[in-house]
Write a protein of this length. Sequence first.
Length: 115
Amino acid sequence: QVQLVESGGGLVQPGGSLRLSCAASGLVFGTYIMSWYRQGPGKEREWVATISSLRSSTLYADSVKGRFTISRDNAKNTVYLQMNSLKPDDTAVYYCKATGSRILWGQGTQVTVSS
């Protein structure tokens, strides 16, 4: 079964950290570009970060640059999003996306930043 499953979301205080994981199955993971998106309450879904399939080059939205780090472990078919210095504006459902011979989305994981 082809799927992406996110985990690692939760409630964290401002300034805190979380690490999200997205485990892929049923696809040749190393050939896919992997991205994270998020959708805050009442907002459009927005792109957060992308990591390439071969050289693991990374790109970040300006809103998260310097605070978030995307990485991947092709041996584990998993992409990560390390989120530091979290702000209330980071509150959203976070989704991973695989782009390759097909486009796949995970079901999302909730991140809430609140004191």
